[in-house]
Design a protein around this ligand. Structure first.
Ligand code: ZN
Length: 260
């Protein structure tokens, strides 16, 4: 019988194939992690293994201090950064790190990606910010991620002269943010080659973000509830259930190591 931990290992393992599929990684230079819901555990990739060799059984289980709890191999060299994010952001269930080329190029010049196209308004609701330069090895990278994204709508941060970290309610959402981050980094870069790029007006960014986050798509339960809650509150305040909190439930996250 599979346990939630088994399922998280399988999910985190499988999501690494998405990094390859979307062209976000070279060799072993990216990682996905997931938080085991309702626990103080995370699942992360072992360090330095090729993506196409990964198996769910190889995934490493760590506590939220980054200490290995289960697994034969060494965890990703980015484990401390992932663990710091989980410790300090209870709403985060997934973390992804890549050196995807266009987004990392923006990080190399230390410039936020301006919110210049509707797709950015949708997914990021703002510019994609730049975090501080920090070397691997302690909590510095995690501190930079958390401090930069605190109070920011963007689930992605460009860590200066390093690469991209994304967060999500679960590992899959964090992978999606990493894919979208690279996509808009490329598009805005290309636009700049053609001429000046203007940020969208804030009120339009706000409308795009609200619609995409609350209405767009096939309305999974959390979105449907969020979208209907305001109407319910207006039309039948007496009977309407309390509006659900924004999706904050801990989700599984997996993190995987940096380049070996
Ligand atoms: Zn890195």
């Amino acid at each position: 019988m599979t346990t939630p931990l088994d399922r998280l290992k399988a999910e985190v393992c499988a999501l690494h194939a998405e990094l390859l599929r979307w062209g976000l990684v070279a060799w072993t230079s990216g990682n996905v992690s997931g938080r085991l819901p309702g626990s103080e555990l995370m699942v992360i990739k072992p360090s330095g293994l090729s993506y196409d060799e990964l198996t769910p059984e190889q995934m490493i289980v760590c506590d939220l201090d980054g200490k290995v709890v289960e697994g034969e191999l060494s965890p990703s060299s980015d484990t401390a950064a992932h663990a710091y994010v989980y410790r300090n952001r209870p709403d985060v269930g997934g973390v992804v790190h890549t050196h995807s080329p266009y987004a990392t190029a923006w990080s190399a010049v230390g410039e936020p990606i301006p919110c210049a196209i509707t797709a950015m308004g949708d997914e990021f609701g703002d510019d994609i910010p730049v975090g501080p330069f920090a070397l691997i090895g302690d909590d510095s990278i995690g501190q930079g991620i958390v401090a930069t994204l605190d109070g920011h709508r963007s689930p992605a941060v460009l860590m200066r002269q390093h690469g991209v970290f994304t967060i999500g309610k679960n590992a899959k959402a964090a992978v999606k943010a990493a894919v979208m981050c690279e996509d808009v980094a490329r598009t805005v870069h290309l636009a700049r080659q053609l001429g000046p790029v203007s940020r969208l007006p804030q009120q339009d960014i706000d409308r795009l973000y609200d619609r995409y986050q609350n209405v767009y798509g096939q309305a999974p339960a959390d979105k449907a509830a969020a979208a209907q809650a305001p109407a319910a509150a207006q039309t039948s305040a007496a009977q309407a259930p309390a509006a659900p909190a924004p999706a904050q439930a801990p989700v599984t996250v997996g993190s995987e190591g940096e380049p070996a």
